[in-house]
Write a new protein. Structure first.
Length: 541
């Protein structure tokens, strides 16, 4: 079905030529040059100081041989140096290629080779991972190391330079175009090698712009606790702040125990969190000063079921949410007062979208289908996958970009995320949304979080398994959990298998690694509610 137009999110962006990092930072220098732009726990920079540092670094990068629209790999932690290097590249039409700091071995080797980069900037703590994959470094000519660490032997053709030793050579901001590539961002690679999405400047602006959420204003201070190699932190928080002329505070990592105290210390007024992060915050023991923390605005995706209690407890006044992906950025959003659990927002007015079956035929009203989209302006979604023309063509078939996500449209016009197409479960002839199973499992008061996956069946379709993490101090049996969900789910959706875990395996950006869970789905810790045994054969105690 073509998504209804009665509930579109109206978006009014500046002219396309102004949607670049260069244009944004020029405006900031004109309007608020001496205002705090960004800080970490060790140093703080105004907009003027940040741009000066970035342009000095840009000259040093050019002296390493990196030309216009050439890539630089960045395997860095959260700090101002990350922001400076990102701006150094973006202000001079170079291409940042952030690397997930959890990568190593074959997946890291794939990203290095696929990017085509000849220069890599890496934390000293991760240098040993390069030493483990010398065969993947054929094209790398220079490795720039940040921080101190032990020496690691690398192939002899590579020169190793300390970031601190680079000679700053200030260069001017270049004439960056909205179609210039700002970054190569790698997807998770759930069913194959990670794909590097080529992101134009105009797309990054469309993701980061406060116009989408109407939530960020100039006097805001954003608390950034998610990894900067992920667009939620780098663009959704830091770039978002720069566009608004506000400020950002970058933390080394997320900590549920210190999050609110840090917000108080730096007078932060807003934050972007994942739903799992919100759950961790809500699971902390209540404190008398919970409501005195200063954050009043929060982006949250997905919205947790306890959102009303969460907002009341912590004094949050407005929550926004959205749906998107690396390839298309945020195409749907709910502004403050619109965000509700189970819904992901309204389709933006600058996108067209349909919900279709496996043959790209529209599904009926209210039915789940794969979301396919296309923008109304050029250069506002990815330009393709680097080095993967077949994957690009597959995604861009029949004149629409295929997201690989199953969604449906609610009566109020908001989109409802149902599943990834490769995470969908088919049981007894029925298609099952793992998201909907998880939502009802998570509604049990003893459950912190869960992941529903397909498991082998005695028949030709799938069985449903749920992996469950229990809240600290709580107890729960599989029988009690299943009794809880039977009252909330149709019989064909009730899990057959239950496994209690200390934690779900996740990427550093807190995405659950369902492929890893599926690899060992019927292990000896898995309770089979039909046979009343553990999958390994042991009887229940």
């Amino acid at each position: 079905m073509t998504l209804s137009n009665h509930a579109r999110l109206e978006v009014h962006l500046p002219p396309l030529a102004e949607r670049t990092v260069a244009a944004v930072m020029r405006q900031a220098l004109e309007r608020v040059p001496d205002k705090l732009a960004v800080r970490d726990l060790h140093r703080a920079l105004t907009y003027r100081a940040l741009v000066d540092e970035a342009l000095g670094l840009a000259g040093a990068v050019a002296d390493l041989g990196v030309g216009r629209q050439e890539a630089v790999l960045m395997m860095l932690d959260n700090h101002v140096d990350f922001i400076s290097l990102w701006l150094a590249l973006s202000l001079t039409a170079r291409i940042e290629t952030p690397v997930n700091t959890g990568y190593r071995g074959p997946i890291l080797a794939h990203v290095i080779r696929n990017s085509g980069a000849e220069v890599m900037v890496v934390e000293a703590a991760y240098l040993e991972r390069l030493g483990e994959i010398p065969e993947a470094l054929e094209a790398i000519e220079t490795v720039v190391v940040r921080g101190e660490g032990r020496e690691v032997p690398l192939p002899g053709h590579i020169r190793v330079i300390r970031l601190e030793a680079l000679q700053a050579r200030p260069v001017p901001i270049e004439d960056v175009k909205p179609w210039d590539i700002i970054g190569i961002l790698y997807t998770s690679g759930t069913s194959g090698p990670s794909k590097g999405a080529l992101i134009p400047h105009a797309q990054a602006y469309g993701y980061a712009t406060p116009e989408v959420t109407a939530a960020t204003v100039a006097n805001d201070v954003a608390l950034v606790a998610l990894p900067l190699f992920h667009i939620t932190a780098q663009w959704g928080a830091v770039y978002n702040a720069f566009i608004a002329g506000s400020s950002a505070v970058v933390l080394p990592r997320f900590s549920a125990t210190t999050f609110w105290d840090t917000a108080r210390e730096y007078a932060c007024t807003k934050a972007a969190v994942l739903g799992t992060v919100a759950q961790f915050l809500f699971a902390q023991p209540p404190r008398p000063d919970d409501r005195t923390q200063p954050i009043r605005k929060m982006g949250m995706s997905p919205v947790i079921p306890e959102i009303d209690a969460f907002m009341a407890r912590f004094g949050i006044e407005g929550v926004t949410t959205g749906y998107g992906s690396t390839e298309i950025s945020t195409v749907a959003c709910a502004r403050p007062g619109q965000a509700v659990p189970g819904q992901a927002g309204y389709l933006r007015s600058d996108f067209e979208a349909r919900l279709v079956d496996e043959h790209d035929v529209d599904v009926g009203p209210g039915e789940a289908g794969e979301l396919i989209v296309r923008p109304t302006e050029p250069w506002t979604i990815m330009a393709g996958y680097v080095g993967m023309p077949e994957a690009t063509a597959k995604a861009w078939r029949n004149l629409w970009f295929h997201t690989g996500d199953l969604l449906r449209q609610a009566d109020n016009g908001q989109l409802i995320f149902c599943d990834r197409t490769n995470d969908a479960i088919r049981r007894r002839g029925e298609n099952i949304s793992s998201f909907e199973v998880e939502r009802e499992v998570d509604s049990h008061p003893a459950v912190l979080e869960s992941a529903a996956i397909k498991a082998p069946s005695d028949h030709t379709d799938d069985e449903v398994k749920v992996c469950v993490v229990i809240r600290d101090g709580e107890t729960l049996t599989a029988d009690d959990l299943l009794a809880h969900v039977r009252a909330r789910l149709p019989a064909f959706m009730v899990p057959r298998y239950v496994e209690f875990m200390d934690a779900l395996p996740k990427t550093p950006t807190q995405k659950v690694l369902k492929a890893q869970l599926r690899q060992d789905s019927l292990n000896p810790r898995t309770w089979d509610s039909v046979r009343r045994t553990f999958a390994g054969g042991a009887k229940a105690v």
